[in-house]
Write a new protein. Structure first.
Length: 126
């Protein structure tokens, strides 16, 4: 079975970890192997994304700099399922413009992560 590679970026280490744990929990419940890499720096995130293939990316949005990181994902891989995570809805329209698959409100729960991932991973659907 192939391991899903997931990148999670958020400038808040706490929020980044909460999102990563929610994703690991939802993948674990389905029996699908997943490896989640956590990033708190936008440059580190984009450079790693450039050098490695990820099956999906979750980007915490709190400023336009974070939105630039999301644009970087889209520039590097136009087909990678991209999910935006924020505590505010201000960036939702911009997420639509860069073809984000979903917009999750913080804190991300395992159930909400599952709902988002279902849009990209047909194996999650019942």
């Amino acid at each position: 079975m192939r391991v899903r590679r997931i990148a999670v970026y958020d400038t808040s280490a706490k929020d980044c970890h909460i999102t990563a744990q929610a994703l690991l929990e939802c993948f674990d419940k389905t029996g699908i192997a997943a490896k989640v890499n956590e990033f708190t720096g936008s440059e580190e995130f984009v450079f790693d994304f450039r050098d490695n293939h990820y099956d999906m990316a979750f980007v915490g949005i709190g400023s336009m700099l974070d939105m630039e990181a999301a644009r970087g994902v889209r520039y590097l891989d136009e087909n990678c399922p991209l999910f935006l995570v924020s505590s505010i809805t201000e960036y939702a329209l911009e997420g639509f413009r860069i073809s984000a698959l979903d917009y999750l409100i913080k804190p991300v729960t395992a159930q909400r992560a599952k709902e988002a991932v279902e849009r990209a991973e047909p194996v999650f659907r019942n």
